[in-house]
Ligand binder design. Sequence first.
Ligand code: GDP
Length: 365
Amino acid sequence: MDELYCQGCGAKIQTSDSGKAGYTPESSLQNEDLLCKRCFRLKHYNEIQDVEMDESDFLDMVMSIQDKEGLVVHIIDIFDVAGSLIHGLSRIVGDHPVILAANKVDLLPKSTNKQKLKNWLRSTVNEYGIKVKDVFLISSTKGTGIEELAQTLASYRKNKDVYVVGTTNVGKSTFINRLIKESTGIGDVITTSYFPGTTLGFIRIALDQHSAMIDTPGIVNKRQMAHYVSEKDLKKIHPKKEIKQRVYQLNSGQTLFIGGLARLDFVKGDKQSFICYFSNDLPIHRTKLEKADELYANHRGELLLPPDEQTMKTLPKLVKHAFRIGDEKTDIVFPGLGWISVLGNVTVEAHSPEGVGASIRSSLI
Ligand code: GDP
């Protein structure tokens, strides 16, 4: 095949992988206006679909925005902050102002302390060296916080472009589609236009005559839990509605399994409640610490579900992270899954798939 480029976003046309930038079905190659599927859907249905790209290609691509003016909106998943932050973002985007939008807040328990959550987000992104102008808690499906964010974008961008970046699955397309629907209310402002001189896969969605919102491909992040589980298991671990807490009274020497995807050992401390916040469809199993290794070895994928058969092939081995927690209510966070809240004065060991990690924070609830 000759090298063909999408007339919308400039991505190199390919016919083999529908999830990647530049995909076009073979049957459309003869079309006079050659568009990739993503641009085609935007043009004809005003709808964005996510395509993916690996981190290094993405970095090259985003470097090209360094010499352009504009504002960056970084969408992350509130249930997978560590897995959805783009670690090198500040280095990549240079001096562009960054707004952090933490999506899917509709899934959090109502009693979540939103201010504490924002503070934790700020300090977490700081640890990753990302400087953000502002932090928003949004729900792209329910619309929570979207209007406020849109107003802030309008005031920060000063007629410049807005780049929307995020890893796959954070809800970037849901967010953009929401904004498109809201803006189409005031006329047909949506167009895709050629990005001159680039082979990017960026899509421009006109905001006004001078500037656009720019959708970038979603980055595949190897630290994302979602990356290691089957479609079926992803549905189980991704909450569908507000999560309900599940409380376990534990003595030291007991273990909680989160399906067979993660595990928390209560190593030392007085008897207390371990309050679990995970998708309601994700089973939690309590056992004795001394029996936990054996249970995991013999019953992963059976009693301890998910992982299903397919996930078993891709899920990295569990690695242990020890935390000595002082006299403060603390959340032990399993990125991409949820968290367990304890009162304090405990030593615990959190096991999570290698590369995915685990961390602690001051309790949000
Ligand atoms: P993308 O890969 O970043 O474009 O992500 P999508 O927009 O395809 O969303 C990934 C999944 O998250 C889908 O199942 C969405 O329905 C879901 N999702 C997106 N935004 C929200 C949200 O605000 N709340 C909830 N509960 N789910 C969301």
